[in-house]
Design a protein around this ligand. Sequence first.
Ligand SMILES: C[S@@+](CC[C@H](N)C(=O)[O-])C[C@H]1O[C@@H](n2cnc3c(N)ncnc32)[C@H](O)[C@@H]1O
Length: 279
Amino acid sequence: MPNDAQIDIWNGPSGQKWADQSSALDGLLAPFASSVLESGDIKAGEKVLDIGCGAGAMTLQAANIADGKVSALGVDVSEPLINLARQRASQTGSSARFELADASTFSTQEKFDIAISRFGVMFFDHPASAFQNIRNQVTPEGRIVFVCWQAITLNEWIMGPIQAAIPFLKQTPTPSDPNAPGPFAFADKDRVYGHLSEAGWQGISIEPLITELTLPGTSLETTANLMLQIGPLAGLISEQEIDPKPVHQAVVERLSKNLSSDGRVRMDSACWIVQAQAS
Ligand SMILES: C[S@@+](CC[C@H](N)C(=O)[O-])C[C@H]1O[C@@H](n2cnc3c(N)ncnc32)[C@H](O)[C@@H]1O
């Protein structure tokens, strides 16, 4: 079945780690939710569909726009993350709704004014057909706004810790298929344009979004802990069965180069912000 491998990943240890670290990750990724929601210019009365909503931070934010006069639905394939999103909605009295569903096949009678996503659209086996399905869920006047990562090499906050870990790895990481589903699958903006265009989206705009990120954690040790638990570095440590202790120390030393006077680590990130109209 399409997307099976990613569905397994997001329902296994990776999804659970994202759920366990959701507060830290939401802090880290908060600037991107702001960029998507500002670009989306969501108005009172509009219906919003959040693709790959994870633990629902941006869906909850969308539902609060215009004093809560926005209807927001988040869809995601990860059961632990959808459960957490529902729990957050009920704890905060939010009207945001969440559904466990694959965005490439999901459909409802409801038509949405806008589809949004913060790093939730790079995991499809067949991106053009997934974007076509998403387009079918919005009104003919509907729009899409999402953020996705540029190349890993342009993202210092991920590359820095990986480079620090290289001396401790059993094998030097080999470049993987740049088009395979995963966080960096949309690094090539021409490819993103091609998928959206094949899916029938119009007026496609893909602009760079270069942001200095404040990494989570108020000490180098806690920041390094998180960097070892998520993303490609976590994958390398677990695949190669590496002792994390010396890697942790090397990552602390690397992060110390970016320590600001307020005790927080700041590093560069590079994304695309993508917008298009359904017709
Ligand atoms: C990097 S996380 C981002 C989560 C959330 N948008 C955020 O910013 O916190 C990617 C999310 O996409 C979800 N995902 C992957 N493939 C999907 C699919 N086919 N349909 C819906 N969600 C999917 C994952 O389960 C995961 O929650």
